[in-house]
Design a protein. Structure first.
Length: 80
């Protein structure tokens, strides 16, 4: 039910339980619909370069919610 909600609007991630905020596939579904949903993801996902790269490929604005060290990553910036 919650997965369907984030497919409808990534904003629904704001109301998801903490374990779901750490689930890669679940969070990517949210980011596909609302790039800023990465801001509600668990911190380990925000620090995971490969995950952030995929999120940025889905929605360039997701980069603003990545961990600070990744915001200066050339490949991520160019992808965004």
């Amino acid at each position: 039910l919650v997965l369907e909600a984030v497919r409808q609007t990534g904003y629904a991630l704001l109301y998801a339980a903490d374990p779901l905020r750490g689930d890669c596939e679940f969070v990517l579904e949210a980011v596909r619909n609302f790039g800023s949903a990465l801001g509600w993801a668990a911190d380990p996902l925000k620090r995971d370069r490969e995950f952030v790269l995929e999120a940025v490929r889905q929605h360039g604005c997701a980069l603003q919610w990545a961990a600070d060290p990744l915001k200066g990553d050339r490949e991520l910036v160019l992808e965004a």
